[in-house]
Design a binder for this molecule. Structure first.
Ligand SMILES: Cc1cc2nc3c(=O)[nH]c(=O)nc-3n(C[C@H](O)[C@H](O)[C@H](O)COP(=O)(O)O)c2cc1C
Length: 335
């Protein structure tokens, strides 16, 4: 189902070219100060408009419709909605017949027996991440003073990613990128047994971002080519501080008090202005497709703040689970 988390539970609703998109955050403790303006800085970082991103520009003004009273969370579900002010649903009548290679168009049609909303990817669109960013801003408030920051490391395999994006735009093509996210000040000892370790939860949240195709923690795949003597992080003191951080702040699925470091691979967008081979699903005949119009030639440029949100949402959930588990000892079944 479309919800993530156990105690801090985030659902996303809407479609790219429907009237509204947004989030319902359930399980946020009561009493947290929350004003719509708190969400604006992160929402602005996600917005398109820069070179290499979509020309579709939404105001992204959050409407908090429930769960907040007199500037504080009430403990009830928080519903935050965003109007799709710059939607153009009429532009997708033809496109719905010819699925974009590499996009979710064909698989979504199959999975939902043709009842899916195909306009601009419908519920599979990157537009849905506006709700995730809003939920992430709440999660960051819960985690404070811990901080979560992400940045783009490379795009199109290059560190001069703005030039790489401009070249992709000129070629009517798209490029991917690598984003790194770091969480500092997270308490040690978060994480649940075996299946619900922090790597699993954080990766789950990150892989939910449309276009994310790889996730690695700490040294990640490079660690597979190292010896233990080179890989292991020397422990410097009783606080668990380590000299290096190849584990990315996680051992045994538990936070170890060091910085959590995770990188994600973001694919190049499916919608490009270069002709691609597809099929007309109404006639069953081969069809060429060229995506004209508004899309993100470099999705990765917009992903850092979305990655922060995914990581913050997952960590807030683990933080609440740790609190609940500590409270239970002695109260409900402890000695
Ligand atoms: C912020 C954001 C914007 C996106 N914009 C586009 C886009 O303009 N064109 C496109 O083809 N894909 C775009 N995507 C990616 C698609 O939504 C994604 O590739 C698609 O749903 C298929 O999922 P997958 O790549 O994870 O398999 C965007 C993703 C994000 C996070």
């Amino acid at each position: 189902m479309n919800a993530f988390g156990t105690l801090f539970r985030v659902a996303l609703f809407g479609e790219s070219h429907g009237p509204r998109v947004g989030t319902i955050v359930d399980g946020c403790p009561a009493g947290l100060r929350l004003d719509p303006t708190d969400l604006l800085p992160d929402l602005a970082r996600r917005r398109g408009g820069a070179i290499g991103t979509t020309a579709r520009v939404e105001a992204d003004l959050p409407e908090i419709e429930s769960g907040v009273h007199r500037g504080r969370t009430t403990g009830a579900p928080i519903l935050i909605a965003f109007a799709n002010g710059d939607a153009r649903p009429e532009a997708y009548a033809e496109a719905a017949k010819i699925p974009r290679p590499g996009h979710a168009d064909w698989a979504a049609r199959l999975r939902h027996r043709g009842f899916n909303d195909p306009r601009g990817g419908g519920h599979f669109s990157g537009r849905l991440t506006v709700g995730l960013v809003a939920a992430g801003a709440i999660a960051k408030k819960l985690l404070a003073p811990a901080e979560v920051h992400a940045r783009l490391l490379e795009a199109g395999g290059r560190s001069d990613f703005e030039a790489a994006a401009a070249e992709a735009v000129a070629a009517r093509d798209s490029i991917g990128g690598v984003v790194e996210c770091r969480a500092t000040g997270i308490s040690p000892g978060l994480g649940e047994p075996f299946f619900d370790g922090v790597e699993a939860g954080v990766a789950h949240a990150l892989f939910s971002i449309p276009g994310v195709k790889g996730v690695e923690f700490g040294a990640g795949f490079a660690g597979a080519r190292m010896r233990g003597s080179a890989y292991n992080d020397a422990i410097l003191d009783a606080s668990g501080r380590t000299e290096t951080n190849r584990a990315g702040g996680l051992n045994g699925g538990l936070t170890n008090g060091n910085e959590i470091v995770v990188r994600l691979a973001v694919r190049p967008a499916a919608s490009i202005g270069v002709p691609q081979r597809s099929v007309n699903l109404e006639t069953g005949t081969p069809a060429a497709i060229v995506t004209i119009g508004r899309h993100d030639p470099c999705i990765a440029l917009r992903v850092p703040v979305i990655a922060e949100a995914a990581v913050a949402v997952a960590l807030a959930d683990y933080a609440l689970m740790a609190c609940a588990s500590r409270r239970a000892v002695g109260g409900y079944g402890g000695e």
